[in-house]
Design a protein. Structure first.
Length: 1185
């Protein structure tokens, strides 16, 4: 694919002396690597005339194929390109490229070779007219030459590399800086362009290559060579550590209007060749889990670790190699600090990193010892491994049945139930072990659950590395240890681990939430199957409450109430509008049977929405036959989540804005004291349908509210994709975390015990600051980076090979071209060449048949959608295209996509292209069949099972959590606004390690930031990790307090006890006294810790007290009625909805992303102030006013 694209976009397509096809000019053929004459005359279009849509302003139709004509109308919507830049497009086409590099002071001469292609019209040797005469075509002639540049003295001069084109100049500047010689070299097309021979004065496939005079010596010095002593300030520990980690990634050159690449031989620190490129390439190596050969004796098979007959000593023996292997590796790293001169330059940073790593090794050892000493922990660990083994195998089964629906489940299970499909990666198992003490014994020294020593456990691993399985294992362990521990505490402090929400898993994007729901549902099914098995064996400790999973994401995805869910099910619809549906799974997570709306049913008397597996064999344990009252253990209706408190709740962070508005949310944090055998936990919001007594009906016995031990609040909070908790959203999440943390805290033996918080990410900077700002905790990162980027013992950088290919990146920038013209040209080339590869190689080329086109703005995506439907589709059908491809099938993955279509779109992305239908031969055969037998052609089309996607248009929604193994090709339009987004988005392709991913980035030449990234393309991609921007959250800033402080105060007071929950209780809740004082102190203390501002606690204390005083004043001034949290019958509302008027002290958001209502501005033409306005106006078409 890369070779095809380079030949097509850059050239030459057919060798150094190629002939272009008759009627095709070089400007039409090649997009990249050309230089226009510097002295080209300005040729403004005649008044009233219009340039071809893909033309530059100098009058040359750069892409003059009619199939490429952009029909977007005026350029007034191209503000991303810059309207002025568009107008100057042709004149801004590059007339020179250059490169800057350094050599040591013992080098006196550098050899620079300039090469380009010169095209001239002449008689063809291969192409003839219909009359047999030679056609006149464009023929390529190689040009260029070598120039010796003296660098022993500072100088500025120019030479002529090719006497045949004496107006093509090689200009250089030499400067001496700190014992080095800095050289800037440029190739300039100084020819004069004529109206009749424009292409003959243009240079194509331009390149500069610099070497030593002998062509071999390594003379080029990196500007960031550690031996030069250029290191970050010692006061910034993180920057020093990053410099240590990436010390071997050297920047040898910097391109100018092009990119630059360096060649370095293995074992050498200097480059022996520097060259420019207009189609740069980079490869980001694969980061793999630790090699099992480094861990002799370790047991990673989940099934083996879950066996009941594995004694405690055997368990310790199976796990201890993780510690011994890690410590041996750390000892080798310590030796390197003393023996490696480059590493020794960063000795303080390396020593700190090793100290942190040794701490992790000690924690691992103590965790294994815990399993040896604590019988309940050992039993819960076995349960977690059994559940994860089932989850992994069942997930593979679902995937296999999606590919082959007719396959027998039993046959597939025999094939898939192998150790390689149910084994931990070493880092996953180690992370699970590290978190066990905190989940098992809050008093353990590694628990870190108190107010003073709380820590967030951050799993830092590349995308696609398996982070999800690590915290799913933690989830299963949390389920088990709570059930086994049962009720803890006495009297009013008693809390029951056999019920309640055990784990809160939070995301920021609904797409990510929906996709992870499928994976987590398989785990919950496994846990529930194991629970039933244990109950049947007589072990009553596992309780009668099923393990369930809840999806708590809002009405745009799932219904809020039972009535809404029933209405949707009765209508047999899963709406495409703003409302979501209770069906959020495409297939049964246990057996893979497809799910449809008819699988849903309701029980009015129990107010339950039931999703049952329709397995036709009835072998699945979650069919109506085996689970008539429960079905699959999934809950997708908000009301049912509150009543049933699923063990795992997957939520978006936005839902936590409902806490002050909804009393029912209190049950998620264990604030419930009565239980109904028919409806679940009771809450004042359920009084309309669940009162003290229900008579027997419809085969159900009588039921009444019974006092119950309060369920334990969540013990584990998982914050996936931590890097998304930033900026305004992060500030609101951090502020709400003040009260979420408090609600999830319980008292054990007189000590406040906070929940364990686990986070994960693949891209983060200044994580310690971010975690402190959001969670008011310390940070422990696993696996810790030590001396080399990616090498942590638990991960390693794989050498590029056919078995372990890295992800390939290519850069595209076409100075002077309109961005849309470039998009058309590149996308069409990709689709065409993917089809060619598919015709040749069949299914092996399938990953490259779906083009993922990523945009940073929805507006740009919308424009591309029209281009695909019109220009690109036309080009694919043009006579110049060598293959035949059907009209592209286009899908979107954006925020404007209805939630009900997310699961279907993700499933469609898994659909593969079929040579029987999608090859050029097959398409041509179907065309002929339509002519000969239309009915047979229709039957042929109907026989197809799935229709794959040709182009997926996506925005930031794609960048996290989308895991579609078959995707292999991405086009990124414009450099994303931050590096983390770029890394996350491009990591969505190439996740199948057998097929490398290819990413092409189109840079906008009119944006300085894009240009800067393109000019250092190779080095930028080699140092991804150190270029991730630091994240900022300000939860106690004035803006954040204005938006959210009232809400968290109302939440804290409303959720202070069951008596304060009802809506009218806002009139009676205590606004002074011990609880109110403790609330003020807690918020103020957190503000001080988060901001490190000595004045912040007093300022926040006053803000909180002011709101309490105003609350008291409002209810005391009421003449009639009472004060409620929300307005209602005979209730004046305390809180004010965001859309009910101007924001004031009592406004409370309904979403973390609440924004001000849009305001339409309209100019009043009768305004007398416009009387003196000028008579002229702007001509949007670019003419004179």
């Amino acid at each position: 694919m890369e070779r095809f694209l380079e030949r097509d976009l850059h050239g030459p397509w057919d060798g150094d002396h190629e002939e272009l096809l008759a009627g095709t000019s070089p400007a039409e053929q090649y997009l990249l690597g050309r230089l226009v004459p510097r002295l080209a005359p300005a040729q403004d279009p005649a008044p009233g005339s219009r340039l071809p849509r893909n033309s530059s302003a100098d009058g040359l139709a750069l892409l003059d194929d009619p199939a490429l004509r952009d029909d977007l109308g005026d350029d007034e919507d191209d503000d991303e390109e810059g309207s002025e830049a568009v107008a100057r497009a042709g004149r801004m086409a590059a007339s020179a490229i250059g490169v800057s590099f350094r050599v040591s002071d013992d080098v006196d001469i550098v050899l620079v070779r300039a090469a380009w292609g010169r095209y001239q019209r002449s008689k063809s040797e291969h192409q003839q007219t219909d009359l047999g005469n030679p056609r006149t075509v464009w023929v390529r002639h190689p040009a260029g030459g070598a120039v010796e540049i003296p660098v022993d003295k500072e100088a500025q001069d120019q030479r002529i590399p090719d006497p045949n084109q004496d107006q093509v100049l090689l200009r250089y500047t030499v400067r001496h800086r700190r014992g080095q010689r800095v050289v800037d070299v440029s190739l300039i097309n100084a020819q004069t362009e004529t109206a009749t021979a424009k292409d003959e004065t243009r240079l194509y496939q331009v390149q500069l290559t610099a070497t030593a005079l002998d062509g071999h010596a390594a003379i080029f010095v990196a500007q960031n060579d550690p031996e030069l002593g250029v290191r970050p300030a010692a006061s910034d520990d993180e920057k020093l550590h990053l410099a240590l980690l990436y010390r071997e990634r050297r920047q040898f050159a910097h391109g100018r209007q092009c990119s630059a690449e360096a060649k370095v031989r293995p074992g050498e620190k200097r480059a022996h060749e520097i060259r420019t490129t207009c189609f740069p390439e980079a490869e980001v190596p694969l980061i793999q889990a630790a090699d099992i050969r480094d861990l002799p004796g370790v047991e990673l098979d989940m099934e083996a670790l879950g066996k009941q007959d594995l004694a405690r000593d055997g368990l310790v023996s199976a796990l201890s190699p993780l510690v011994t292997g890690y410590r041996e590796w750390l000892a080798l790293q310590e030796e390197r600090i003393a023996t490696d001169a480059e590493v020794g330059l960063y000795e303080p940073s390396g020593t700190r990193a090793l100290r942190d790593a040794h701490d992790m090794a000690d924690r691992l050892e103590r965790a294994i010892q815990l399993l040896h000493d604590n019988g309940l922990a050992r039993e819960a660990f076995r349960f977690a491994n059994q559940a994860m083994a089932l989850q992994r195998v069942r997930s593979e089964l679902v995937r296999a049945r999606a590919a082959d629906p007719d396959a027998k489940t039993a046959t597939l299970l025999r094939k898939l139930n192998r150790p390689e499909n149910r084994s931990w990666r070493p880092f996953q198992l180690a992370f699970l072990l590290l978190c066990l003490p905190g989940l098992t014994d809050p008093a353990h020294p590694d628990a870190h659950r108190s107010i003073d020593d709380g820590e967030v456990q951050l799993l830092f691993f590349p995308t696609g590395g398996g982070k999800t399985e690590a915290y799913l294992g933690l989830t299963a362990y949390t389920f088990a240890i709570r059930r086994l521990q049962g009720v803890q505490g006495d009297g009013g402090m008693a809390r029951d681990g056999g019920d309640g929400v055990a784990v809160l898993m939070r995301y920021t994007l609904r797409l990510l939430t929906a996709q992870q729901f499928q994976r987590a549902a398989a785990l919950v099914c496994a846990c529930e199957w194991l629970r039933r098995e244990r109950i049947a064996a007589g072990d009553t400790r596992w309780g009668d409450v099923p393990f369930r999973i809840g999806l708590w994401v809002g009405k745009s995805v799932t219904p809020n109430s039972f009535e809404e869910a029933k209405r949707q099910i009765d209508d047999n619809r899963n709406p495409d509008g703003q409302l979501g549906g209770p069906l959020q799974l495409a297939a049964c997570p246990w057996c893979g049977t497809p799910l449809a709306p008819h699988c849903l049913s309701t029980s009015q008397i129990r107010r339950r929405t039931i999703l049952a597996c329709p397995d036709p064999t009835a072998q699945c344990p979650f069919t109506p036959r085996h689970s008539p009252d429960e079905g699959l253990p999934v809950v997708t209706v908000d009301e049912e989540i509150y009543r049933l408190t699923p063990a795992l709740v997957i939520a978006t962070v936005d839902k936590f804005a409902q806490l002050p508005w909804s009393a029912a949310t209190a049950t998620l944090f264990g604030l419930a004291e009565q239980r109904c055998a028919r409806h679940g936990w009771h809450n004042p919001d359920f009084d309309s349908f669940c009162r003290s007594y229900h008579p027997a009906a419809q085969g159900l016995p009588r039921a009444e509210l019974q006092p119950a031990v309060r369920p334990r609040p969540p013990d584990l909070i998982i914050q996936d994709e931590l890097h998304l908790i930033s900026d305004a959203l992060g500030s609101m999440v951090g502020l709400y975390e003040t009260v979420v943390d408090k609600l999830a805290t319980r008292v054990v033996n007189g000590r406040e015990i906070r929940p364990v918080v686990v986070a994960s990410t693949a891209t983060v900077r200044r994580a310690r600051d971010q975690v402190e700002q959001v969670f008011a905790r310390g940070l422990a990162v696993f696996p810790p980076q030590v001396l080399d980027a990616g090498e942590t013992f638990f991960s390693r950088v794989a050498s590029s090979s056919p078995d372990t290919p890295g992800r390939r990146y290519r850069g595209i920038m076409a100075p002077g071209e309109r961005l849309k013209a470039v998009e058309i040209r590149v996308a069409a080339a990709i689709l065409e060449h993917a089809q060619c590869l598919f015709d040749r190689h069949g299914l092996a080329a399938d990953p490259y048949m779906t083009l993922v086109d990523y945009f940073t703005a929805t507006k740009e995506l919308a424009g591309m959608r029209r281009l695909i439907d019109d220009d690109i589709a036309d080009r694919l059908r043009s006579s110049r295209v060598r293959t035949r491809r059907k009209r592209p099938t286009v899908a979107e993955l954006t925020s404007r996509m209805p939630s009900s279509r997310i699961a279907g779109s993700l499933a469609q992305l898994d659909g593969r292209f079929d040579p029987e239908f999608d090859s050029t031969d097959a398409i041509n055969a179907l065309v002929e069949l339509r002519k000969a037998d239309p009915e047979a052609a229709k039957e042929k089309v109907r026989s197809r099972r799935s229709y794959p996607i040709d182009v997926l248009l996506a925005t930031s929604m794609l960048q996290v959590g989308v895991d579609v193994q078959r995707l292999g090709l991405m086009l990124v339009t414009g450099q994303p606004k931050n590096t983390a987004e770029y890394i996350q988005a491009t990591s969505r392709v190439g996740r199948d390690k057998r097929r490398p991913g290819l990413v092409l980035t189109i840079y906008n030449w009119s944006r300085p930031r894009d240009l800067a990234h393109f000019e250092t393309f190779e080095y930028e991609h080699a140092t991804f990790g150190m270029r991730v921007e630091g994240l900022t959250t300000t939860p106690f800033s004035e803006r954040a307090l204005d938006r959210g402080l009232t809400a968290i105060i109302a939440t804290a007071l409303r959720h202070s006890g069951t008596a304060a929950l009802p809506n009218p209780a806002a009139h009676d809740v205590a606004l002074s006294g011990p609880f109110a004082s403790a609330l003020i102190d807690a918020v103020a203390d957190r503000a001080g810790r988060v901001t490190h501002d000595k004045d912040a606690p007093d300022r926040v204390r006053k803000e909180v007290q002011h709101r309490l005083d105003r609350w008291h004043s409002r209810r005391s001034r009421l003449q009639t009625g009472r004060l409620g949290y929300d307005e209602g019958a005979d209730l004046a509302g305390l809180l004010k909805k965001p859309d009910s008027g101007p924001w004031d002290l009592w406004s409370a958001p309904r979403s973390m992303r609440e924004v001000e209502p849009q305001v339409v501005l309209q100019l009043d033409q009768e305004d007398p102030s416009l009387d003196e306005a000028p008579l002229w106006d702007y001509d949007r078409k670019g003419g004179n006013a």
